[in-house]
Write a protein that binds this ligand. Structure first.
Ligand code: PRP
Ligand code: URA
Length: 209
């Protein structure tokens, strides 16, 4: 079974509280999503493999460490996942970025996939599927289905706010993947919004409502 981890660093908790507030502007919301994603990256990438490298300092030659060149891919679920990409890329600028477009049908609440564009060697990469919200779990499950169908085997899901219902559904559907979130909230409401949550992440990020 993959790991489930709440990354509750004080800086993340503080920024998340600002993010949740109704009064937070679109500009601040966008900045905070990126900042929190970047802070989460420290923990998510804690186990990146290192290798020895010989370098020369002004004083001497020495054997030090560098990243072992493991290939990474960051794959946001559109739209809201896009908000996390720059923050994560600021830590691993060489990562490739794929996109999976999906929206929740407002009647059925089921996710509908409308775009998939991935790095062509996706099966060789460690893939970080990112979306600020894990609510019913439908979008994340379809996102992982989509990645697996195209050959990805090493997948981790990173979100900012998760509902217990979504975590349980995602773990049941894909027990092999690790899940990271900045907060595990209380529940879903009747419209399948996360409570207390932060509202509609895509609309708040792009100012569309
Ligand atoms: C939101 C969010 C997730 C999804 C989570 O996207 O960004 O993708 O809902 O809900 P679920 O776990 O119940 O599937 P939305 O469908 O609102 O699309 P948007 O990002 O384009 O606004
Ligand atoms: N999608 C969102 O953007 N917010 C929620 O609370 C649930 C799904």
């Amino acid at each position: 079974m993959g790991n489930f981890q709440v990354i509750a660093h004080p800086l993340i908790q503080h920024k998340l509280s600002i993010l949740r507030r109704t009064t937070t502007s679109t500009k601040d919301f966008r900045e905070l999503v990126n900042e929190i994603a970047m802070l989460m990256g420290y923990e998510v990438w804690r186990d990146l493999p290192l290798e020895d490298v010989e370098i020369e300092t002004p004083i001497t030659k020495t054997i030090q460490k560098q990243l072992a060149g493991k290939k990474l891919a960051i794959v946001p679920i559109l739209r809201a996942g896009i908000g996390m990409v720059d923050g994560l890329l600021s830590l691993v600028p060489a990562a490739k970025v794929g996109h999976i477009g999906m929206y929740r049908d407002e009647e059925t609440l089921e996710p509908v996939e409308y775009l998939v564009k991935l790095p062509e060697d996706i099966e060789q990469r460690q893939v970080f599927l990112v979306d600020p919200m894990l609510a019913t779990g439908g979008s994340a499950i379809l996102g992982v289905d989509s990645l697996k169908k195209r050959g990805a085997t090493n997948i981790k899901f990173v979100c900012l706010v998760a509902a217990p219902e979504g975590v349980a559904k995602l773990r049941a559907a894909h027990p092999d993947i690790d899940i990271y979130t900045a907060a595990l909230d209380e529940k879903l409401n009747e419209q399948s919004y996360i409570v207390p949550g932060l509202g509609d992440a895509g609309d708040r990020l792009f100012g569309t409502k």
